[in-house]
Design a protein around this ligand. Structure first.
Ligand SMILES: NC(=O)c1ccc[n+]([C@@H]2O[C@H](COP(=O)([O-])OP(=O)(O)OC[C@H]3O[C@@H](n4cnc5c(N)ncnc54)[C@H](OP(=O)(O)O)[C@@H]3O)[C@@H](O)[C@H]2O)c1
Length: 265
């Protein structure tokens, strides 16, 4: 299926690896011009080079910056050779907040989580959404977490901050932008095989005394699909949400999780 977005400009945050890279890869394969972002410049440049090979005729720009800071967002949105604020596609993403016990989190920990996982996507959306509406086309996808639908106690910072974003997006998606070609959706990953998942398993292994392989097997057994998802599978869903064909799909929380969420709705 031709997604009909070749030549559009997309910003994909947190895209040097993992789910963000999966999204950038799927968009590159559609001939979308890309700005990719992450903090580590070497890993980001390696990702940029890989994407450029997949999309030889597209422009692939990389901006190493912390997207959770105002200066970082500014450098990404004003990169030379890019479209400025005239983006067609925005995929928001950054690292998730650390797990823990809410009794140990002070105001500063909460502000940091809200900044990274709620206010950063909102600030990025604010910068580009009206331009998208004026041009009559826009696709915004926020990478959040299955924890928004099925909260996990030790991920309280994530449950809270991302739920704030989800509530905001529900209102924005149904506002006047809906009739002007702009869609806003959230993608809620379940368990995907990325460095973040591996780090979580390592921590669980250290804590429980079980081997890393045992932890992996136990976690995998919880997924009805019997395996973890891949960044490529995640990216393909993201690219479809960004496509011409998904213009009637907005304000949704899409849950790729191999069947883990137990509810019918
Ligand atoms: N994988 C899963 O199963 C899963 C499940 C639920 C939710 N999630 C959420 O999905 C998001 C992506 O997860 P992932 O598994 O793809 O993680 P990952 O493999 O660790 O990749 C995270 C990416 O984001 C970049 N990044 C992190 N913090 C950033 C920042 N402040 N500014 C710019 N770039 C930043 C990282 O590069 P640098 O470190 O170089 O910046 C990297 O490119 C996270 O929010 C995670 O909590 C993942």
């Amino acid at each position: 299926m031709d997604l009909g977005i070749a030549g559009k400009w997309a910003l994909v945050c947190g895209a040097s690896k993992g789910l963000g890279f999966g999204c950038a890869k799927a968009l590159a394969q559609e001939g979308v011009n890309l700005i990719i972002n992450a903090r580590n410049p070497e890993a980001l440049e390696a990702a940029r080079a890989e994407l450029q090979v997949l999309a030889p005729t597209a422009q692939v720009l990389a901006v190493a910056a912390d997207i959770t800071t105002e200066a970082g967002r500014k450098s990404v949105l004003t990169v030379e050779g890019g479209p400025g604020l005239d983006l067609d596609i925005l995929v928001t993403n950054a690292g998730g907040p650390p797990p823990g016990d809410f009794r140990d989190w002070d105001r500063e920990a909460w502000i940091k989580a809200v900044d990274a996982n709620m206010l950063t996507p909102i600030e990025l959306i604010r910068a580009v959404v009206d331009g998208m509406a004026e041009r009559g086309f826009g696709r915004i996808v926020n990478i959040t977490s299955s924890a928004v639908k099925a909260p996990i106690d030790i991920l309280g910072l994530s449950n809270g901050a991302r739920s704030g974003l989800t509530g905001f997006v529900a209102g924005l998606a149904r506002s006047s932008i809906a009739a002007r070609g702009v869609t806003v959706n959230n993608l809620l990953p379940g368990k995907f095989d990325t460095d973040r998942l591996r780090t979580t398993f390592q921590a669980a292994s250290n804590k429980s005394g079980k081997s890393l392989e045992q932890v992996r097997e136990l976690q995998q057994a919880l997924v009805p699909a019997g395996r973890f998802g891949t960044p490529d599978e995640f990216g393909a869903i993201c690219a479809f949400l960004c496509s011409r064909h998904a213009g009637y799909l907005t304000g949704q929380n899409i849950l790729p999780d191999g069947g883990m969420y137990p509810g019918a709705y």
